[in-house]
Design a protein around this ligand. Sequence first.
Ligand SMILES: [Zn+2]
Length: 73
Amino acid sequence: MSRLLFLLAVIVVVFLLLRAFRKRPPAQQDVPAAAEEMVRCAKCGVHLPKGESILAGGNFYCSDAHRREHNPK
Ligand SMILES: [Zn+2]
């Protein structure tokens, strides 16, 4: 009985290893998102993708709150 459990454990480990190896190649195809142009928040200096930034008065901001704080009007 213990030999059957050992065999089952070996099969599970092999299955998990094969699955882990198969997961790796797709992760390398996430290049387009990382290649997006980065801009700097004029308020706090954090870098973020241009598509997620807020453009106001020629400056980029990470959030609407920082846009208002930097340019109170
Ligand atoms: Zn900011």
